[in-house]
Design a binder for this molecule. Structure first.
Ligand code: FE2
Length: 230
């Protein structure tokens, strides 16, 4: 299997390029628009055909590469059915599967960071977007976020996955590349709570400032802008 984890230093975003092998179909999760050329170069070097691109949610800290990649490769843009994007080609439901040659991803609706947040389970690993981060969890104070929904997504969905499931988040701010469900359950400070109310109390008192790119990124991602439209 080809599994490339790329990093955007500006927004600390992880992007994933996945394929069953050289010369086969590929999909990309959470691309950042400024790196479109770099992704296309990786695809070319491995003779991959990009057929699907997925955003885990509408990002507020960077402009998504979905639309630029769609323009240049005609790949299918995918998000969960709750996405408010105006340009998504395929909106999928909880438990639905996304397939390319020999690769299968199962969508899990995991709202809370936003109401359009989905995670994607692929065999031994799960792409958690901003729902579950390494030693952290996604903020819940904008884009229809809800700490109560986040608690349910974390405790009743993601943490119920097998404990050795690898966790691949949409961001990391400390250079960590992956974790496991077991490690997060035992060590993630946000998850050491005994009730939904306790979790909501923590999340409602983070007092974070808005992401710098928010006013540009959110409208651009809802409208589906490409590089020449930014
Ligand atoms: Fe986010």
């Amino acid at each position: 299997m080809i599994f490339e984890q790329l990093f955007d230093t500006k927004s600390s975003t992880y992007t994933y390029i996945i394929s069953s092998g050289k010369g086969r179909e590929a999909l990309i999760i959470d691309p950042v628009i400024e790196h479109s050329d770099e992704y296309l170069k990786v695809l070319k070097n491995l003779e991959l055909k990009l057929v699907k691109v997925i955003d885990t949610h509408i990002h507020a800290d960077h402009v998504s590469g979905l639309n630029e990649l769609n323009k240049r490769t005609n790949c299918t843009r995918i998000m969960g059915e709750r996405s408010k994007s105006e340009v998504i080609d395929l909106k999928i439901k909880d438990s639905e599967k996304i397939e390319i040659e020999n690769i299968k991803l199962e969508a899990m609706y995991t709202p809370g960071h936003t109401d359009c947040s989905y995670s994607y389970l692929m065999n031994d690993r799960v792409f958690t977007g901003d729902t579950l981060l390494i030693n952290g969890t996604g903020r819940t104070d904008f884009q229809s976020g809800s700490p109560h929904d986040a608690y349910d997504s974390l405790f009743n969905r993601l943490l119920k996955l097998p404990e050795n499931t690898l966790v691949y988040p949409a961001h990391d701010y400390n250079g960590k590349k992956n974790s496991t469900i077991e490690n997060e359950r035992n060590n993630n400070p946000r998850l050491q709570v005994s009730s939904k109310e306790e979790y909501a109390e923590i999340m409602n008192n983070l007092n974070l400032s808005n992401p710098k790119m928010m006013d540009i990124a959110v409208p651009a991602n809802l409208k589906g802008l490409t590089l020449d439209q930014l």
